[in-house]
Design a protein around this ligand. Structure first.
Ligand SMILES: N[C@@H](CCC(=O)N[C@@H](CS)C(=O)NCC(=O)O)C(=O)O
Length: 214
């Protein structure tokens, strides 16, 4: 398999399948395409007509979109337990994954993923509302699944992959966390695979000005 991704410092959608594939111990090549350069679109279109990253190539199959890739991996590698076994848990997982995938626009538009940065900014009301809702999601999951392990559904699943960039954004922008949310954030940041992505991100030299809040 080959996973085509964007800059590790900035590409939140790319982090999601990469992290899940690494945690699941899957064998794959990765290819980074630096985003928002003059030839980026042309390069992206070589891999998928959608023209965005991430893209997963598995033999003749091309899968675009982070969530579609995660779902595919969950189905293809059941032993990796990227999806919960229980149908009700799967439904709950999909509900919070879709909420992430199709929502939180104020948070996504203001708190760009930027792993090199540590900065405190005054948050607008709509971003605060998103942050509070995300904390609720994490708290509710941790309350329900705490006895099964430290991740949202106990063991690591695609839900943790979906929220991994949020963990990083909260760290970058100094969002204060306590209790279950602080523990969850620590669990995610201490994942060896997350640390490996951070190390690669920090080494990158590309700068995307729009994602660099001063
Ligand atoms: N909903 C898509 C979003 C993908 C996306 O917007 N990726 C960004 C990078 S994080 C991208 O490829 N931007 C380049 C462009 O739009 O030209 C997914 O989940 O994969």
């Amino acid at each position: 398999m080959r996973l085509i991704i964007g800059n590790k410092n900035y590409s939140s959608w790319s982090l999601r399948p990469w992290l899940a594939m690494k945690v699941a111990g899957l064998d794959f090549d990765e290819q980074v395409i630096p985003l928002y350069e003059s030839d980026t679109k042309e390069k992206l279109l070589e891999y998928s007509p959608v023209g965005t990253v991430p893209v997963l190539k598995d033999g003749d199959l091309t899968i675009s979109d982070s969530f579609a890739i995660l779902e595919y991996l969950g189905e293809k590698y059941p032993d990796a337990r990227l999806l919960p076994v229980n149908i009700a848990d799967r439904a709950k997982l999909r509900s919070i994954c879709c909420e992430m995938h199709s929502g939180f626009f104020p948070m996504r538009g203001t708190l760009h993923m930027n792993m090199r940065k540590n900065i405190t900014i005054k948050l607008p009301e709509d971003v605060i509302a998103n942050v509070e809702r995300i904390k609720d999601v994490w708290r509710n999951c941790r309350e329900e699944y705490a006895s099964k392990g430290p991740f949202l559904f106990g063991h690591f699943t695609i839900a943790d992959a979906m929220y991994a960039p949020v963990v990083s954004r909260f760290k970058t922008y100094g969002i204060s966390l306590d209790g279950a949310c602080e523990e969850y954030s620590r669990t995610m940041l201490n994942l060896p695979e997350m640390k490996a992505w951070y190390l690669d991100a920090i080494k990158e030299t590309w700068i995307i000005k729009e994602a660099e809040i001063e």
